[in-house]
Design a binder for this molecule. Structure first.
Ligand SMILES: *[C@@H]1O[C@H](CO)[C@@H](O)[C@H](O)[C@H]1NC(C)=O
Ligand SMILES: *[C@@H]1O[C@H](CO)[C@@H](O)[C@H](O)[C@H]1NC(C)=O
Ligand SMILES: *[C@@H]1O[C@H](CO)[C@@H](O)[C@H](O)[C@H]1NC(C)=O
Length: 519
């Protein structure tokens, strides 16, 4: 340390002498300055680094820089960002007992949607009205400038729903079997001059879904250019906006970022299974930064300013025809322009709320999205969120656990909480014995009894109601009684309570991106 400081001050003197000596002297002086600059630069870097290190040790967050990484966690193989975040909702939390949706929406940080994050909802005309209503009355309720892309035009809660398939090349509509009914309906509607006229043909929503991804990304930029982030989600995605805003505020939108829950996609080398690329599963939603959008939509142009490349949605038609999944195609297209996925599972979670396996892996991490959440849960969860938001702490899985599990009781009849992290329980002959055996097995958090089989599970999973059932593979074994065919689920509540008590989250674990930690 001492010698470096000496070197630094010696260089200062050299520079100070530069003033006199004519042109020649001046040139050699410049050379001297450059040489000394090279000499002192590493020293300066080390010096500044040491000073900031000392400051940081002493006064915590005195210097704002790359957030510190924690080596936390009982497994010792995970790392987390230590982000200080705060909620932009005003008021942060409120009494929800007699509060209308409009009143709750007054607390929504509308300015963030105006300037920072563009929400884009992808839906299908033939999705169940309950599902669409639940989405519009919860996650999407407060978003004034929402882009909705679908397979037919309509209006929904005051929003103009855009038929995004119309952006596909016209010739494609005729060549492709998947588009037969889509083309017929459009034609019929144009004839009737009435967008609400009865549709005689049905759209196969799933078959058409994959065609929406590329035009959707392109259109979102064209309609709302230059936003920092584009957040794409679906009708059955639950989005915790408060956490999304906290999360994105800590990432650089100028970099080409593609964020979501990783799923294995196409191979870079068809011969090599290890060359798998990952794409963001569309269900839990995904994010593209401004940097990623620019890079993805960039088109080469020629000498006269003419584009030499077709627009994005026309460049990948062949691939789209052969791949059943649009999110997979989008991931591959992004990979081809040099943008690979930042995998943020379980922040983006393919599990629906009722089937999340709560346990060590999740506990102190924030939840940003959940896929396939039940229509009934969407609205309730959305209101609940408003009642328990905390200024300096995002919603963690620890908190979310309370939503279903706090009042569920020790066991539920005609209920299936299986199977995640399940293993064979003891040889018993009743549900009660199954429960006693679970409480004696250290790893058992919950159990299920069905057709004489006692199953233990390592996680806390809520599950759902399920009618009695005898699967065909059980027909020959035995004459099963009605009682035996019922699904019976229980929880080792005392063990669970003790486990929770031990794991109060003091630090929020904002996981770093990973393509190994996947769903
Ligand atoms: C659509 O069909 C229903 C039932 O067949 C009918 O009551 C309704 O008037 C029709 N609407 C239009 C716009 O044709
Ligand atoms: C087109 O609509 C008809 C009538 O509803 C239906 O039977 C058929 O399966 C549909 N075809 C496709 C490709 O969706
Ligand atoms: C459970 O019972 C079956 C038959 O009743 C027996 O074959 C099996 O070995 C038993 N398993 C254990 C773990 O005791």
């Amino acid at each position: 340390m001492k010698s470096r400081r000496f070197l630094a001050s010696a260089s200062c003197i050299e520079i100070y002498r530069c003033g006199s000596g004519g042109r020649k002297g001046f040139n050699s002086c410049i050379r001297r300055v450059i040489t000394t600059a090279f000499a002192i630069f590493p020293a300066l870097v080390i010096l500044i680094h040491s000073i900031t290190y000392v400051y940081r040790r002493k006064w915590g967050n005195f210097i704002i820089e790359e957030p510190a990484l924690l080596e936390d966690d009982s497994h010792g193989h995970r790392q987390y960002y230590e982000w200080d975040t705060s909620s932009d909702f005003i008021p942060v939390s409120q009494d929800i007992s007699e509060t209308s949706t409009e009143e709750l929406c007054r607390s929504f940080p509308h300015h963030l949607v105006r300037h920072m994050v563009q929400p884009v909802l992808k839906m299908g005309h033939t999705e169940s009205p309950d599902k669409i209503e639940a989405q519009m009355e919860s996650v999407s309720a407060c978003i004034e400038d929402l882009l909705i892309f679908s397979d037919l035009e309509e209006t929904l809660h005051g929003h103009q729903v855009i038929d995004i398939l119309a952006d596909m090349p016209a010739a494609y509509h005729f060549e492709n079997e998947d588009f037969v009914n889509y083309t017929r309906i459009r034609h019929q509607r144009q004839q009737a001059h009435d967008p609400r006229s009865n549709d005689t043909w049905t759209l196969d929503g799933w078959r058409l879904d994959k065609y929406k991804f590329l035009p959707m990304v392109e259109r979102a930029w064209r309609m709302r250019p230059g936003k920092r982030w584009y957040f794409f989600y679906e009708t059955d995605t639950y989005v915790v906006w408060d956490n999304v805003f906290r999360f994105l505020a800590n990432l650089n939108h100028r970099l080409p970022l593609y964020i979501g829950s990783p799923s294995p996609g196409l191979l870079r080398d068809n011969e090599d299974p290890d060359s798998v690329t990952f794409f963001a599963n569309g269900g839990p939603g995904f994010v593209l930064s401004r940097g990623a959008m620019k890079k993805l939509l960039h088109r080469q142009s020629g000498m006269d300013g003419e584009y030499k490349e077709a627009p994005l949605n026309r460049r990948w038609l062949e691939l789209l025809r052969n791949d059943p999944c649009g999110d997979s195609v989008l991931g591959w297209v992004l990979h081809n322009v040099g943008i690979d996925l930042s995998g943020y599972w379980p922040l983006f979670n393919p599990h629906p709320l009722h089937s999340i396996p709560f346990g060590n892996d999740y506990w102190c991490q924030p939840v940003l999205t959940m896929h396939k959440t039940k229509s009934d849960d969407m609205g309730k969860l959305w209101r609940w969120e408003h009642s328990r938001r905390i200024l300096d702490r995002p919603l963690l899985y620890e908190d979310l656990h309370g939503f279903h599990h706090l009042n569920r009781g020790f066991y539920l009849e005609d209920w299936d909480n299986c199977c995640w992290g399940d293993y064979q329980g003891s040889n018993v002959t009743s549900f009660v014995e199954c429960g006693m055996a679970c409480s004696e097995d250290e790893g058992c958090f919950q159990y299920r009894y069905h057709l004489g089989e006692c199953t233990f599970m390592r996680f806390m999973r809520f599950g759902e109601a399920r009618d009695p059932q005898i699967p065909s593979e059980f027909y020959d074994d035995h004459e099963w009684t009605y009682e035996e065919s019922r699904f019976m689920s229980g929880w080792a509540q005392r063990r669970i309570d003790a486990w929770i008590e031990e794991r109060k989250c003091r630090k929020v674990q904002w996981v770093r991106p990973s393509l190994e930690r996947i769903f």
